[in-house]
Design a protein around this ligand. Structure first.
Ligand SMILES: Nc1ncnc2c1ncn2[C@@H]1O[C@H](COP(=O)(O)OP(=O)(O)OP(=O)(O)O)[C@@H](O)[C@H]1O
Length: 276
């Protein structure tokens, strides 16, 4: 892990603009760092701003959201970057896996072409070469019968298979940062563990940094080196995951942990015997 953080979020505040110049505050002076090769977990109550935090980093905020502060990616401030620059960074330096794969995919394009598209647009590959690489990506995300599935449309796949496609698209250009916002919430319980294992393996293999949002504290404990706890748009607690889980400083975190049925769920990812 290098000393200077790969991503530094500084005094990030964000509001949703309403009519008559009014604004609802969503994020309040968020500060945190993320180093290469590190996995950072984000937990917090519903509506605390986790998704908008992710979208602000990848530059996909809705027009009515107004952000201030700095989001420094290797020193470059993304909040002041042009849309063209964000387009160039998206996929190439920052990939994102969304909660609901079906809505994130284009229903009218084969999944092979959706994976290949970024390589054609960003890397100037011919479609022929990009499609070949898309097949490799489908193998990497352990898609069964990848050759046949590359020609399928999203509605022809299962939820877990669609999320594998979402991961393949996010990783196709080998980004250095992967943002995963509730990547398994929409999946059956049995498929969730497979997809999380896949993500974990790929992040380690490509030495990526990952920001993982999840309501599932067992998942956070298993996958994340550090954890941030958010309430109402503020970071109320941050630390090594084990420290946060074993010695929570804030009453909110203590209550959150009490709601986990079995504390063994919070075993670290380095402890594969004890999974959720
Ligand atoms: N497009 C939008 N228009 C208006 N308000 C929005 C929009 N997106 C989010 N918000 C509001 O911003 C706040 C933060 O939303 P966000 O989706 O980031 O929360 P979250 O912590 O990810 O919640 P959850 O855990 O339920 O997904 C919420 O109050 C939400 O209603």
């Amino acid at each position: 892990m290098s000393n200077s953080p790969f991503l530094s979020v500084r005094s990030l505040s964000l509001g949703i603009a309403l009519s008559q110049g009014r604004e609802i505050p969503v994020l309040d002076a968020m500060d945190f760092d993320l180093h290469s090769g590190e996995t950072l977990g984000i937990v917090g109550e519903s509506g605390s701003g986790k998704s908008l935090l992710c979208l602000s980093i990848i530059g996909l905020l809705p027009d009515i959201a107004k952000a201030s502060g700095q989001i420094l990616l290797e020193g470059e401030d993304l909040l002041s970057a042009s849309e063209a620059r964000m387009c160039a960074l998206r996929g190439k330096r920052i990939g994102m896996v969304f909660q609901e794969p079906l809505t994130a995919l284009n229903p009218a394009m084969t999944i092979g072409d959706q994976i290949a598209e970024g390589m054609v647009c960003h890397e100037g590959l011919s479609w022929r070469k990009a499609r070949r690489r898309a097949l490799d990506m489908l193998d990497q995300v352990r898609m069964p019968d990848a050759k046949r599935r590359a020609k399928a449309y999203p509605h022809e796949l299962s939820g877990g298979q669609r999320q594998r496609v979402g991961i393949a698209i996010a990783l196709a250009l080998k980004p250095a940062l992967l943002i995963a916002d509730e990547p398994t919430t929409a999946l059956d319980v049995t498929v969730q563990a497979e997809v999380l294992d896949l993500l974990s393996d790929l992040v380690a293999e490509h030495r990526m940094a990952m920001m993982l949002v999840s309501h599932d504290l067992g998942v956070i404990a298993r996958m994340c080196d550090r954890t941030i706890v958010m309430v109402a748009g503020q970071k109320i607690e941050e630390g090594a995951t084990r420290a946060v889980f074993e010695h929570p400083a804030q009453p909110y975190t203590r209550n959150l942990l009490k709601s986990v049925p079995n504390r063994s769920q919070t075993s670290r990812r380095s402890d594969p015997e004890e999974t959720c």
